[in-house]
Write a protein of this length. Structure first.
Length: 578
């Protein structure tokens, strides 16, 4: 940390480790106080300059240039209504010593974490679970329901649940008020249906493009060096290309990871296309971890994660952050989030065709299916699977689909747990957008943001996600399905918005990759094979027969359940640390 400080305001104690990004002076250190109010704050309010100007016009004066002071003065003036004004990411707690109220809030999408334990009149909260283990009311009883979701579906958390029974997370878009020894949770924001009036698709594309540029503009605010992660995919490439072309930034540092050898994952050819188009206008760094580095760092990566490592891609992300730290960059822009509301995942197709069938748009469904086959180069067998899954999706709710996946996709590794632990309420949207609401709130994004935060903060790096400006999300979520899946492409809205800046070979990519690795298979059959030595006694309610059979099949060369094997191995490793 750039500063570390604790303060006691009986009966409340605040502690803060600061990563200095806006106003680097000591005057902006935290905990920060104004009159009877004290704050600890993790994150950034990107539009703090505009809010500061508004508050000055209302008669307020400022002692710092920090967004922390703007946040606190906004709360003093507007109360919890100030949250609607903020564009940013945050978890914060404000103590009012006069009325003895603790007011806490987490940003709309949970980009920044907020964990807590509460019993009786005692409350402990922190940015990391490992901090709460030191509190006197912590118990390490594990939450079997959540671990079962993790193993079967790959979810780090679910709603307010974590892997520990005693630890909860404040859900995104929520406030926590602690007064008179009681907690009250209030929802201040949710994804809702809004009327969208665009005379043409081009008008929608123009609106998205302008909002995206505005989001990028405020995400650039920093008093320290800024860089970007870069793959050869559409999202991160859109950020980098727009910064160069439209913001005239010619000294941007970008960071990418690649692997060579068997099962190589190497997106450098796509990144080279950006270099060709914008010659000499950014500085690309590439890093390739070897197998020995992965073995050496595995315990550290797991430690920072706090929970079982449910996939291998966070390992790649960790090494990218390590390289960024070595080069002295403290703020990065990441492409996280766009897939979850613009239709970037392949299973969006099933919801799309299901929605078209339910709406009797049969011509549209047939046309898109034909183009889908062409773009993805699907054979008859693969195409028939798409059609079957689409028919299934057309007649089942999201909750039913996830319960089916929970029960059927992998053999269950716990006994006595049924699919009733999954409850996904209807959002009021049609199939595709309802799917995206649940991706954002429950199934996909929470886990991705967890890894984003843990891996970046492990190296004192602030990772910013401009695609998760809530104005962009509201526009994307309320757009028609045909504006997301179109001409056989996913994320059609973004692809068209980025037409002026992206190399065509990237803009028209149809394969989906994230922070990819050579895979769970290679590492578990190689230098991480020791993780397969399972201690069944440490896993409560384990279905030993299913686990043993799954591991035996994997060791004999069957890779069909390799993701589950990785999760079991990671769970076993994590249980040793609690």
């Amino acid at each position: 940390p750039d500063s570390s400080k604790t303060m006691l305001f009986n009966p409340v104690a605040f502690g803060h480790n600061r990563l200095s990004i806006i106003d680097l002076s000591d005057a902006a250190n935290q905990p920060y106080e104004i009159d009877q109010y004290s704050i600890v704050f993790n994150g950034e309010i990107y539009n703090y300059k505009e809010i500061r100007t508004e508050l000055i016009e209302l008669g307020y004066s400022f002692k710092t240039d920090s967004d922390t002071e703007v946040l606190l003065r906004s709360y003093i003036h507007w109360g919890k209504e100030a949250l609607a004004k903020f564009l940013g990411m945050w978890s914060f707690a404000i103590w009012n010593k006069f009325d003895q109220t603790l007011f806490c809030s987490r940003d709309r999408f949970g980009i920044k974490p907020f964990y807590y334990i509460q019993t009786g009149g005692r409350l402990y909260f922190a940015s990391e679970v490992k901090s709460l283990k030191f509190s006197p009311i912590f118990t390490n009883d594990i939450n079997i329901n959540q671990l079962s979701r993790s193993m079967q579906l790959g979810w780090i958390s679910y709603k307010n649940e974590t892997a520990f029974k005693c630890i909860q997370q404040l859900e995104p878009g929520c406030c926590l008020i602690f007064k008179n020894d009681c907690i009250t949770i209030e929802k201040y924001w949710r994804i809702e249906q809004k009327e969208m009036h665009f005379s043409t698709t081009d008008d929608l594309i123009d609106t998205y493009t302008n909002l995206f540029k505005d989001s990028l503009n405020i995400h650039l605010r920093s008093d320290v060096q800024l860089g970007a992660t870069l793959s050869g995919g559409i999202d991160s490439s859109s950020i980098v290309s727009t910064l160069i072309k439209d913001f005239n930034i010619h000294d941007l540092k970008t960071f990418s990871i690649y692997y060579e050898g068997e099962n190589a994952v190497d997106e450098r050819p796509f990144i080279k296309e950006i270099e060709k188009q914008y010659q000499g206008k950014f500085h690309a760094s590439f890093y390739s971890p070897d197998d020995s580095s992965i073995v050496e760092e595995f315990d550290t990566i797991s430690y920072h994660c706090d929970f079982p490592l449910l996939g291998s891609s966070p390992i790649s992300q960790y090494f990218v952050m390590k390289e960024i730290s070595k080069q002295g960059v403290k703020v990065i822009l990441s492409g996280q989030g766009a897939d979850d509301y613009l239709g970037g995942y392949m299973h969006t197709y099933y919801r799309f065709y299901g929605e078209m069938l339910r709406s009797m748009k049969l011509i549209t469904a047939f046309k898109e299916l034909r183009l889908h086959k062409k773009r993805q180069e699907l054979g008859l067998n693969a195409l028939s699977k798409v059609m079957m899954k689409s028919l299934l999706t057309s007649c089942m709710s999201e909750q039913s689909l996830y319960r089916l996946e929970y029960n059927k996709y992998y053999p269950s590794i716990f006994k006595g747990i049924n699919d009733q632990i999954i409850s996904l309420p209807k959002s009021g949207f049609k199939k595709v957008n309802n799917f995206h609401v649940h991706l954002m709130n429950h199934t996909s994004l929470p886990s991705l943001l967890h890894y984003e935060d843990r891996n970046s903060m492990a190296f004192s790096i602030e990772s910013r996600v401009p695609f998760l400006d809530h104005r962009l999300v509201e526009l994307g979520i309320n757009s028609k399905s045909e504006d997301k899946i179109h001409n056989g492409y996913t994320k059609y809205l973004l692809r068209e918005a980025m037409r002026p800046v992206l190399p065509e070979v990237i803009r028209k990519r149809t394969d989906k990759k994230g922070f990819v690795t050579p895979g769970e298979v290679k590492w578990l059959r190689g230098n991480l094979s020791h993780l397969l030595d399972i201690n069944y006694e440490s896993i409560p309610q384990v279905n030993k027969k299913n686990v043993a059979l799954t591991l035996e099949q994997f060791k004999k060369g069957d890779n069909s359940n390799s993701n589950l094997v990785w999760r079991i191995a990671s769970l076993n490793h994590w249980l040793k640390s609690i």
